[in-house]
Structure formats: C-alpha cells, structure tokens
Design a protein around this ligand. Sequence first.
Ligand code: ARG
Length: 463
Amino acid sequence: MAKKLWDGRFSEKTDRIVEDFTSSIDIDKRLYSYDIQGSIAHCRMLAKTSIISEEEASSLIEGLGVIKREIDRGDFQFDQSLEDIHMHIEARLIEKVGKVAQKLHTARSRNDQVVLDVRMYLRDETLHTTHRLVMLQKVIVDLAKIHIDVVLPGYTHLQRAQPVLLSHHLMAYYEMFLRDAHRFSDCLKRINVMPLGSAALAGTTYPIDREYVAEILGFPEISANSMDAVSDRDFIIEFLSAASICMVHLSRMSEELILWSSSEFGFVELPDSFATGSSIMPQKKNPDVPELVRGKTGRVFGDLISLLTVMKSLPLSYNRDMQEDKTALFSTLDILAECLEIYIKMLPKLKINKQAMRHATSTGFLNATDMADYLVTKGMAFRQAHDCVGKAVAYASSKKKELDELTLKELKSFSSHIKKDIFDILTIEQMINRRKSFGGTALKNVRAAINKAEKGLAVNIGD
Ligand code: ARG
C-alpha cells in the first residue's frame, strides 16, 4: 500500500473498503495526459512568478515527461490506495525526482486540478464529436444526392400522408445533425474556461499568474470566481444535454431503419455486414445495430439525469459527490462516439428499395390534399373542398380504387368544378414538384438544400 500524500493528521490507516470505495483511478486514469500537461503549465507559472526556481521547474517538467511516456507505454503501476490520477502522478514524481516533487502542488488543490483536466479533455472530445457529426452529415447528403428523385410516402401519425422525396426525408436528418453540431460548438465556449488558481475554493496567497497558465494551455478565458470554479459542472451537464438530443436524433433514425427494413415496409435492406442472424430462425436478418443505438440512447439520458441529480443539492463549493461526474461523462462520450461512427460506416451501404417506396406512394389516397387544393384554385373554399374530397375518398375506397383511377364522370359527381386537367395534378411527380414553398419537398428545393449543405460541409471538412 502506497503512502498517502495527505495523511499527516491521521493516526489510523484507511480501511481497505474505504480505499476501494473512494478510489476513482479506474475511471479517471484516462485523464493522465491532460493532468500532466496541466501540471507542466503550472510548474512553468510557478517558476515565472519565482514561487519555485527555474531549476526546480525543469526537473519537475522533465520528470512529468518521463511519467507520461511510462503511462503511454502501459508501463505504469496503478494502485487503488492512491485514489485518483492526480495522486498517482504526484506520487510517482516524488519517486522519480525526489523531494523537489513535493513542491508541485504549491498554490493548487485537486479541486481546481481535476476540473482543469476535465475541461481540457472535454474540449478535445467536443471537437472530435463535431467532426464526427460533420462526417455523418456528409454521408447523409451523399445518400440524398444518389437517391435524389426516389419517392416515398411521407407519414404523420405513422399513416401515409403525402408523397415526398427520399432525399427530402434524408435532408431532414441533415438539419438535425447540423443543429447538434452547433449545440456542441456552443458548449465549447463554456468548456473553454481555465479554473486553475482557484485552489481549494478561496484562491491562494501566492502571487500566481493565472493568465499565463491560460495562455500556455490555450484557454481564451479564466474563471472569475474561485468558489464557482471548483464546483461548476454546468459545462458537463450541457454536453450531456447536447449528447442526449443528438442521441434522440440517432434513435429516431434507427427506429425508421428498423421499420423500413421489416417485411411490412420493405423500403430498405441493411448491409449484411451491419446486420445479425438469429440463433434459431435461419431466415432472419435482424437490425441489431439500429436497435442497439436506440437502446443505448436510454443510457445517455441516464447519464444526464444522474449528473443533474448529483449536483442538485450540493452546497458550495467542492463536494466529493462530484467525482461521479466522470463516470457519467465518459460513458456518454463512449456511447456517442461509437453510435456516430457506426452510422457513418453503415449509411452509405444501405440498400434502397425504390420500387417498394414508389408502390407505397401510389396507394392510400396520398393525392387527396392535392385534389382539395385543385378545387380551391377553381374557387371553392378550402373547408368545403376538404369535405368534397372526403366524400370522393369514401366512394373510391368502396370501389377499391385510388382517386386518380376514378373516371372523369365519377369525379364530376362530387363537384362540377372538376375538369379533365385534374388528372395532371394527381400524379406523384406533380404532387412533389408543386410543393415548392421554401423548405418543401419539390425537387428544385431539395437540390438547392443539398447544394447549400455541400458548401457548408466543404468549409468544415476543408476541401
Ligand atoms: N478524484 C477527485 C474528483 O474526481 C479529485 C478531487 C478530490 N478532492 C478532494 N478534496 N478530495 O473529484
């Protein structure tokens, strides 16, 4: 068991069960490179302000570099009795460079140190997340381009409503993931604030230079209140909220792929490489990948609720409860990264069953609204037109026909306004292309939306 760095006032050894209970090393070891980077910046600041000498700082910085390489190589002994990553690195530094290492923790506390590490780590992870979202948007736009003129029924209440272009449907997801990317970028502003120098909670008596540390570590801002700095976890909650919303979008897309790949719909086929079989029913090809994305969404919501609950009754300032923040954050980061990656790889391989989509679009009176709109152009009030077409639908349905399969004579029996030109507007292509109000499904609009998206993506991807 390693000697504790804080046990001066203790006369009894920590119980083993308490050591295991309080230790977070299994979780927070992933912060090691940020912890070392933060410590190096802290040493440079201590030397600049003459709190320690230049030689002392150099030997600390050199030792920290050696430790980083040890951990990189997997050549580092972790020990539950050393609690967390901060203690591990400090204890090892004492072994490596001797007494001078005891100066590393001057003018700082683990309370400001841990939140510095998490902010640096999350700053990088947020950039990786927005990058993945841009890649996903690109895959969606590419798919929309390939299938630009494929039609399918648009649904409300999961009932066939009006024809839309598959590309328009796909571009709806592009919009969702674009908003997600903006949300994450916005979080970054609050993540990117430098807390070191707040010390335990009240600041420090040493003549430190916080701006210098911020400059070394690339933070545009430093925290304004030491008590807030050590107890603020809003930036993690914000990230988890943005992640939850993003998972809602992935989960809704998953739900559609699950439905669409069923025999009842038959709109898409998942690639064999992204589907699984049944251990008992040889004919089965199951959509486990989208199902698991949908399932993992619940865990991300759980992480958000878990941190909100941890924080809701905490008095200022730091409380050990906050150590639980990392379990929630890391779990969400892993799930989100995995789900985004899998969609980026899977979507381009999706097989689209154009015929099944078109067939579904031609049945179910999807042109009823267009017939009502036609009557309005002939001078009828919309409510009246609605009623008239409702009657025509009931009649056609009793004859097992679609509206456009009725004869002109039959149609005329519902309104004298109806003329031969009605058949021109009841076709799928007309229904789609006449919906050219901004944001509507007309081919022209979708092409313009794709063009705009491609320009935005080119700027983000940098090509
Ligand atoms: N492992 C702790 C955490 O993650 C670090 C801060 C500990 N501070 C303390 N005063 N015990 O929150």
